[in-house]
Design a protein around this ligand. Sequence first.
Ligand SMILES: Cc1ncc(COP(=O)(O)O)c(C=O)c1O
Length: 411
Amino acid sequence: MDLDETLLMTPGPTFTSHRILQAASKPLVHHREKEFVKIINESYEMLRKLFKTENDVFIITGSGTAAMDAAVSNIVEQGDKVLCIVSGKFSDRLRDMVKNYGGTPVVLGVKPGKTVDPKLVKEKLEEVKGIKAVTMVHNNTSTGSVNPVRDIGEVTKEHDVLLLVDTISSLGGDHIDVDDFHIDLCFSGSQKCLALPPGLSFISVSQKAWEKIERKESKPFYLDLLKYKKSYPQTPFTVAINMVFALDESLKMLFEEGLEKRIKRHEICAEMTREAVKALNLEPFVEDEVASKTVTSVKIPRDINIPREIQRMYSDSKKKMRDKALRETLKKYGVLVAKGQSWKISSDEKVDLLGEIFRIGHMGLVTPKHIITTITALELTLKELGLDVEIGSGIKKAEEVYERRLNELRK
Ligand SMILES: Cc1ncc(COP(=O)(O)O)c(C=O)c1O
């Protein structure tokens, strides 16, 4: 790490490692040659283990949104009713995509920071006849809450509708079992829990999803999943070859650590973060019961002092001032966190969390030592912004959690 390097504690992109970057810098090989096909095949085998599925899995060149787009554009036809569970910015994006491809979104809105009740999903599917699919985000990156995907999978299976799940900020950091959860299209991306640079996304496709995809008349071009199936294990278009080298290395690292242990590490980092912020008299945005293992949202105190230069620069908005004061000061102490996002639940219900919360990402290669660094920077920031904090009280709590749970990482 360079001395002046900022520690990326955002919920993606997250920092990567020399081992991954070295793999990405290997000399280029041709993507139709057997040397490369061997590597991509190895990655596919590990991806299926990660998704826990016997379904087809594909690598798409493009950020996470490319795989979201592939899922929706291959399934949704003109007039199709789709139940969209809107619980944050990215599930709002899925709803927009459904609309974009001519579908009719039936929205089940979730209050910010809360999670969807599977009973309501069941009721909606029974009340609105003819729903073809359900879209949802597993781990709400915008709030730090987790939706009960397993229970929703039971409901969609019972009602014979397709289930499309965004696991972009949870695959590799939380429990996902595509087959056991009955997920028909499950998609994820590279720059989150796999700690890769951005640029690749992944999607799994069930037999039930293929039946719908094959019947669908209009097909996307670049993201046509049937083309991916036909070319498999190669890709229909030139894949980001060096990113596949990096993916192969990152998946090897993941299975060397062990998936279960990796999830435990994420869980411990999350608990350290939550307990530390509480000890600093800050309030996590979501309840412990629904808290994410990969991102923690924290309310920004109303009574922070805003530095003069920030008051001058953002005089048009108190929210921006609060956000900038908190995050720029943290950055000065070497740690970058993310701002609050905005989205719409329905046309007359909008959410804007800018200046209300900040989000600490603890995914990918984040370990307890990075949490300690982050909490140190947070304590200094709060003190500098005029809050009455006891320096060391957050660290003490984080260390207590670490000490209590250390053995779980050693097993
Ligand atoms: C849950 C979720 N879905 C989708 C996306 C969009 O992914 P990308 O920015 O890689 O296109 C993100 C990115 O933060 C995300 O967290």
